[in-house]
Ligand binder design. Structure first.
Ligand SMILES: *Cc1c(COP(=O)(O)O)cnc(C)c1O
Length: 376
């Protein structure tokens, strides 16, 4: 049978989803308001309202919305004055959108390995990679799991580096008493369709530095100086979020706690049910951290043919995704591979991301565990 999005909760249409967004009545209500108001583009009340709600959730003063997480990262690097001749340390194991903005600003990416336990950038590798040209570190909270922020903060202070957080996958994750994204100099979020919350496509920048945030807000609006008759004193960008997107975002942030509870529960079920399988290993949290478990992913510590397993799971209607391919595999970044990056490659080659969409009922998660155990 043909199932529309609204039929998903109907048992006849029930499927298992990897990372599909959870859009309900509240989202439809706000979207209708945005459309009915005529403010479908970048003007309109939902943009400041969403920014305010988002900042409040993170317990920061201000947040600036952008067109995407990639745009947020681009603006973070640009605003910090990073450019030609500068080096930026990034992890090998991440989505390529972490590293592309480093090249947009003309800087050189320095690619280091991740920790085998947390799968996030290894502070010891970062320390080894620092040179006189290093300007910043991008800490990626991979799959929602916070980096070792104590060590990264110490290194950035010791060498006078900026610490940028790629929190695009980690909304709601915490480190100590702080939300990820609010610890470094600038934090970047994404609201792409598959992230913890979605605006269809969008992003957010947060920082304690009010001046920098105001300047980013100005830059992303074509650097338009409204006070002097729409004069453009700098090269600007068009990286704004639309009112329609922000309407969706406002509804989603109001439901964030609900999503986080479900994702944590799914991770508990996966761990409990697959724990007995000695050769399955989970991403570990740093002792001060709590992941938001955007995606629950595993690594097999025995030889498993991952593509074949994925095919067999798909036959049982279970969608999965491979771990990110290390960025050093892509043509533009091959030349930056200076070390073996053993952990990144091991996790990529032997890992798998499991269905984590909040649309899934708990019993689907039990079903996924049962099928995996049977297949391997
Ligand atoms: C999604 C993502 C981004 C980019 O966000 P977009 O909103 O898709 O541009 C950047 N880094 C990581 C690690 C991501 O997962």
């Amino acid at each position: 049978m043909n199932c529309s999005y609204t039929d998903l909760m109907n048992t006849m249409c029930r499927k298992v989803f990897l990372d599909a967004p959870n859009i309900g009545d509240l989202e439809k209500e706000y979207l209708a308001k945005a459309v009915d108001s005529g403010f479908v583009s970048t003007a309109g009340p939902f943009v400041p309202e969403f920014e305010k709600k988002f900042a409040g959730y993170l317990n920061v003063e201000r947040a600036v919305s952008t067109q995407s997480g990639t745009a947020a990262l681009h603006m973070a690097l640009y605003e910090l004055g990073i450019g030609e001749g500068d080096e930026v340390i990034v992890p090998a194991l991440t989505f390529v959108a972490t590293i592309n903005p480093v090249v947009y600003v003309g800087a050189t990416p320095v690619i280091v390995d991740v920790s085998d336990e947390t799968w996030t950038i290894d502070p010891q590798e970062v320390r080894k990679a620092v040179t006189s040209k290093t300007k910043a570190i991008i800490a990626v909270h991979l799959y929602g799991n916070p980096c070792d922020m104590d060590s990264l903060t110490a290194i950035s202070q010791e060498y006078g580096l900026y610490l940028i957080e790629d929190a695009t996958e980690s909304l709601g994750a915490t480190y100590g008493s702080e939300q990820t994204g609010t610890i470094g100099d600038i934090g970047c979020f994404s609201f792409n369709g598959n992230k913890v919350i979605t605006t269809g496509g969008g992003g957010m920048v947060v920082s304690d530095d009010e001046e920098k945030l105001n300047h980013i807000k100005f830059l992303i609006n074509q650097a338009k100086d409204k006070s002097s008759g729409n004069y453009h004193p700098e090269v600007g960008f068009n990286y704004r979020m639309t009112n329609i997107e922000a309407a969706l975002g406002l509804a989603q942030i109001e439901r964030l706690d609900e999503f986080l509870m479900i994702k944590r529960k799914f991770n508990e079920i996966y761990k409990e049910r697959l724990k007995g399988t000695k050769f399955i290993r989970f991403q570990q949290e740093h002792e001060s951290a709590e992941s938001c478990w955007w995606l629950s992913c595993i690594v097999f510590e025995k030889k498993v043919d991952i593509p074949l397993l994925q095919k067999k799971l798909k036959e049982k209607s279970i969608p999965t995704r491979r771990i990110f391919m290390p960025v050093t595999e892509f043509s533009p970044y091959k030349k930056y591979k200076r070390a073996k990056l053993k952990n990144s490659y091991h996790i990529y080659e032997n890992g798998l991301c499991l269905p984590s969409s909040t649309l899934n009922p708990e019993k689907s998660v039990y079903y996924v565990c049962k099928v995996i155990k049977r297949l391997i």
